[in-house]
Ligand binder design. Sequence first.
Ligand code: WQD
Length: 339
Amino acid sequence: MKTVLLTGGLGFIGSHIAVNLIESDYKVIIADDLSNSKIETLDKIEKITGKSPIFYQVDVCERKLLEKTFSENRIDSVVHLAGYKSVAESTQEPIKYYRNNLISTLTVLEEMQKYKIAQFVFSSSATVYGSENPVPYKEDMKIGNCTNPYGHTKLISEEIARDVAKANPYISVMMLRYFNPVGAHSSGLIGEEPQGEPSNLMPYICKVASGEYEYLSVFGNDYPTKDGTGVRDYIHVEDLAEGHVKALEYLKNNPGSHIFNLGTGQGYSVLEILEAFEKANNVKISYRIEPRRPGDLSEFYADPSKANEVLDWRAERTVEDMCRDSWNYVLTNSKTDKF
Ligand code: WQD
């Protein structure tokens, strides 16, 4: 049985990847500092799969602490997700983002070099395409000109991984450029639950639907898009997680350095998502148009054809599935009987 170290594995995306890896017969080790996740998620992964990953509560920037994870286990591959991920927050706290997201990547790769671990799958982002590229984004486009520090941390991390692969031919690296992951596991046991006020659209809509917030602020309706609001490529987190299993299989048989977009290829506006959520869940979402948010682009979505063909992977779930599963997670985990 192959062993995978999943950093950030108790987070929203990480926990779904953990479930898919276990269900694909991998042994999963999770390293997570619980800064944006909860220890209860470990039990929920076990409830879904019948197996509990080995867990290390560790800040992956701390090499001495991370060392234990590598010295106590025979790890075959690493899937590295640990990192901060809010575009908006990164524009206010760049040093926090550069320090955490770059040192964590450097530390994990240093340990991989030391323990001669062959595969590195990196949680990259569509934000590396920056503001100059036309949509749909393709993997061979020139990257850079990111509009926010978060995107730059992903861009630099990709370069670090590619250089490490060049210097160590036994290390193969795979950059998976995520678009906008949303939704939750069909069981409702795991899902997106950011600490504090959410910055992302879907968890914010869920908090309006649950009555925690009065309305959704729609950041700008004067973009050159179909209805003036921002357009993104929303992808169900279960599709995204399945893409990681396919990526790992591919990387094991194809040494070198690879890049894949994990998106649906379809762009939806903020108002289209809001409407889809209302329809899928029979709820009303109040909203107010507010000024644009710093760092936001008007529109981006993927050309997913390379992943479709080379990884034999395709996002199957619809925006309705994403809205329904997001809300089901809230209902399943709500403490009140308001709904
Ligand atoms: C989506 C749209 C907002 C909140 C995300 C991830 C980032 C990266 C890229 C993977 C935008 C609008 C949002 C709100 C709104 N993913 N919005 N009101 O900024 O595209 O970034 O995808 O690496 O990690 O964060 O996602 O959900 O914040 O915004 O109007 O309260 O919704 O302006 O058009 P974003 P988001």
